[in-house]
Design a protein around this ligand. Structure first.
Ligand SMILES: [Fe+2]
Ligand SMILES: [Fe+2]
Length: 184
């Protein structure tokens, strides 16, 4: 089955969205749900869809790296600074940071595997350990972003200041080579 629609969802987000950094992160989480679906599709397909493999590989190589930096260098430190003790955010942040480390390992294996499939025009079924890694990473990622999406982003919307959000937007734009002109 062609995957044109989901692949379209993986295209770059509108540059201007970075002005609303929490909305940008939220839109990126939606793209990560698509990446998870596509990794499971790659694991199931009997013939490799190179456009899907390349789309997932590109997202993991470029976008995911920037997304994790957005969180670890901006969102998490700001939440640690602004949240109140009663928010009990520290446990969630420590868990999510540990998950970033394990996801980085999974992503490296999956990226190398996808590149091999593309080079050799083989489906993931030809490599059962890679199939397991694709499904395992997809599940891990879904769990991870569900926690960020249901707890972290709503908390950030309450606790972060307008200045925090402006600083975050500046850093996120710089990470992506986006020029932020003065608002009209
Ligand atoms: Fe994350
Ligand atoms: Fe995230």
């Amino acid at each position: 089955m062609p995957a044109t629609e989901p692949l379209r969802a993986l295209q770059a987000l509108p540059a201007d969205l970075v002005r609303r950094p929490l909305d940008f992160l939220s839109a990126d989480h939606a793209r990560q749900r698509t990446v998870s679906d596509l990794m499971e599709k790659l694991a199931e397909d009997s013939v490799l869809d190179p456009a899907v493999a390349e789309g997932v590989l590109r997202y993991l190589t470029v976008d995911m790296a920037a997304h994790v930096r957005d969180e670890e260098e901006d969102l998490f430190p700001l939440l640690r600074k602004r949240c109140l003790a009663e928010d009990e955010i520290d446990t969630a942040l420590s868990l999510l940071a540990a998950e970033h480390t394990s996801e980085e390992r999974l992503a490296k294996t999956v990226m190398a595997g996808l590149q091999r499939l593309i080079d050799e025009d083989l489906p993931a079924r030809s490599d059962p350990p890679l199939r397991d890694e694709l499904v395992g990473y997809a599940r891990h990622l879904r769990r991870h972003l569900a926690l960020e999406h249901s707890i972290l982003l709503p908390m950030a919307r309450v606790r972060l200041t307008a200045r925090d959000l402006r600083d975050m937007a500046k850093h996120m734009a710089a990470r992506r080579g986006i020029e932020l002109s003065a608002p009209a």
